[in-house]
Design a protein around this ligand. Sequence first.
Ligand SMILES: NC(=O)c1ccc[n+]([C@@H]2O[C@H](COP(=O)([O-])OP(=O)(O)OC[C@H]3O[C@@H](n4cnc5c(N)ncnc54)[C@H](O)[C@@H]3O)[C@@H](O)[C@H]2O)c1
Length: 268
Amino acid sequence: MTRQVLITGGAGFVGSSLGLGLAQLYPDWKIIALDNLKRRGSELNIPRLKQAGIEFVHGDVRNAEDLEASALPVDLILECSAEPSVLAGYTSPGYVLQTNLIGTINCLELARQTQADFIFLSTSRVYPIAYLNQLNYTETDTRFQLSEQQNLPGVSAFGISEQFPLDLPRSLYGSTKLASELIINEYGDAYGLRTLINRCGVLTGPWQMGKVDQGVFALWVANHYFQKSLKYIGYGGTGKQVRDFLHVADLLDLIDIQIANLEQFKGQ
Ligand SMILES: NC(=O)c1ccc[n+]([C@@H]2O[C@H](COP(=O)([O-])OP(=O)(O)OC[C@H]3O[C@@H](n4cnc5c(N)ncnc54)[C@H](O)[C@@H]3O)[C@@H](O)[C@H]2O)c1
């Protein structure tokens, strides 16, 4: 089926990677990338998008009119726009709330009006920090290792699952994402939309514009390349904390499967 896809945050790392990947997989799809270019470096993706036949729209998810004017008709929205830095919540809460929550609601409104499918990029940051700090772990030479024995649901030596409790604070960034998740579920239920939420951990891959508070793997590679030092924040600065990194090409594979099977996965 030929699809008309709107990717919000479409010049960002994830949005552009998904757009370029889908354009290659499905040359007959019409793909629009909407972005306000808030993230430094996103502008470098515009020529790449255009070369792949993706239409770039300079727009802002905080303005419903930008979305309505740019995107009709659309039958699939990939909501990849965000202020994705956890630290931004402490310095510019207004922007985080307006983009990550109101922006998502504006995108949902477009989905409601067009009956478009809706796939959302959420985050592992929805999980409360105080609970994460209660986890049992052992310290080995190179890493902190989660113990099999835990006092909370949704955690094992393999990591955190969706059954992990959600009822304590988590950062403003995580809260805007969790609030978006709740409203997405409501829109799915109330308006019969096919919606899907991905709680991503750390994503990485080519063309990520890494900075201290977001895109840390790309930042490390760049620091190494430019012979700068590597620094670790938190947990004593030893760098033993363990995170999974998901390559953006693997995320594309996942999203591709989800788009093809939305009837089966909707609401999850
Ligand atoms: N990269 C990760 O490790 C990671 C992990 C978990 C979740 N996520 C989520 O994935 C999504 C994409 O993240 P990313 O890594 O590509 O970040 P990114 O900063 O590279 O991309 C986000 C894009 O959104 C744009 N944007 C910001 N405010 C906007 C607004 N008001 N209107 C329109 N566009 C706006 C930015 O200019 C940027 O191009 C985000 O929702 C993020 O929360 C990312």
